[in-house]
Design a binder for this molecule. Structure first.
Ligand SMILES: NC(=O)c1ccc[n+]([C@@H]2O[C@H](COP(=O)([O-])OP(=O)(O)OC[C@H]3O[C@@H](n4cnc5c(N)ncnc54)[C@H](O)[C@@H]3O)[C@@H](O)[C@H]2O)c1
Length: 335
């Protein structure tokens, strides 16, 4: 039985509690939040034995094997480092940090402590994306020419005002680092190492420090060209969260609001699973999707030596590196 302590009982923690509840060989032993009411409410709602406002108290519990970090993004390294130093495995929400050097420190401390580091990139496990990945790994696209991703979502000012960390450089980052981070990850997962990045970002309508909109173009070392367009200003509701891959011998487009639905599947060759592309669509009730369930399964299996991590610290670092490049080449580098 994997015993988990969770820190940060806010919005995304519900996906974690629910995903863990679906595993037979894992349970949440304790939860922690600086907001006492949130910690207590989560414990009541999910039948968790103990709750605390004191992280050290949770870290001192010798029965806890892994800490799941669901605090604001800029706090992930600090919370992860303290967990690793207490000898716990670390699972952190995306992005693993807001700065690459802080992510590197987290990776280093986990290595030094001999604990595993997992970064939640649950969209990689969407059935639609898994099918595309299979085709990709089988080389069915041939040479990839272009990868493009659109994240046209709606986040009103109320959303940013919900918590003081939102829309800040120190703890959140902007539309690329928060809302589009899975899309940045997906584009680099299929595109590979990056050669060159150019971007434009703007804070067009929201009262926040960081960008609410932006476009980036990427030249991959393979020669392929990538682009990502993101805005949180879409009227009146989320319109699209998509990725399109255009290759020499294949074209795929995964759309829906969160890359949950394949709408184009064309390859020069055929495979027996081609018939399944329409079945791979899911209909999640939020853009977070269902991926946390599969993500925890992979984490547990990896810790039991039955699988390899779907996204560990080094994998999570790749998209953070691209995010840093995106910000470096925009006016937003005033932060
Ligand atoms: N994987 C995904 O698709 C996905 C989706 C949403 C959010 N996230 C990530 O999850 C993280 C949290 O986002 P959220 O929307 O749940 O935010 P939230 O503001 O709803 O929750 C954060 C919680 O952390 C608590 N907290 C803050 N500082 C703390 C501290 N020092 N110690 C203990 N608790 C502390 C807050 O009180 C709050 O309850 C972010 O990094 C975000 O990027 C990931």
């Amino acid at each position: 039985m994997l015993n988990i302590g969770l820190i940060g009982c806010g919005r995304i923690s519900n996906n974690h509690f629910q995903a863990i509840a679906q595993q037979q060989d894992a349970q949440v032993l304790a939860c922690c939040d600086i907001d006492e009411e949130r910690a207590r409410e989560a414990a009541d709602k999910y039948n968790i034995l103990s709750w605390t406002v004191n992280y050290e108290e949770m870290l001192n519990n010798p029965n806890i094997d892994l800490i799941s970090i669901c605090t604001p993004s800029g706090l992930h390294p600090e919370h992860g480092i303290r967990a690793a130093q207490a000898g716990k495995h670390v699972l952190t929400e995306k992005p693993m940090a807001c700065r690459l050097n802080e992510a590197d420190e987290l990776i280093r401390v986990c290595e030094e402590a001999g604990v595993k580091l997992f970064v939640v990139l649950q969209n990689r496990l969407n059935p639609s994306i898994q099918l595309v990945r299979r085709a990709f790994e089988e080389g069915r696209f041939g040479q990839i020419y272009m990868i493009t991703s659109n994240v046209f979502w709606t986040r009103p000012q109320d959303y940013y005002d919900m918590a003081p960390w939102r829309g800040t450089w120190a703890l959140d980052g902007g539309a690329f680092m928060n809302q589009a981070s899975h899309y940045v990850d997906m584009v680099q997962w299929f595109g590979g190492p990056v050669e060159e990045v150019k971007s434009i970002t703007a804070t067009l309508a929201r009262n926040i420090e960081t960008e609410d909109s932006g476009s980036v173009i990427i030249r991959f070392q393979s020669g392929a060209i990538g682009s990502i367009n993101v805005t949180t200003l879409t009227y009146p509701q989320n319109l699209e969260g998509s990725i399109t891959i255009l290759g020499e011998k294949g074209t795929v487009r995964v759309a829906g609001n969160s890359m949950n639905k394949i709408i184009q599947w064309d390859f020069a060759d055929t495979r027996n699973y081609d018939a399944k592309w329409e079945e791979s669509s899911t209909n999640p009730n939020s853009v977070y999707g269902f991926g946390h369930i599969g993500y925890y399964r992979n984490v547990i299996d990896s810790l039991q030596g039955k699988d390899t991590p779907s996204s560990d610290g080094l994998e999570g670092r790749k998209s953070l590196r691209l995010l840093e490049q995106i910000y470096r080449y925009t006016k937003a580098d005033k932060h």
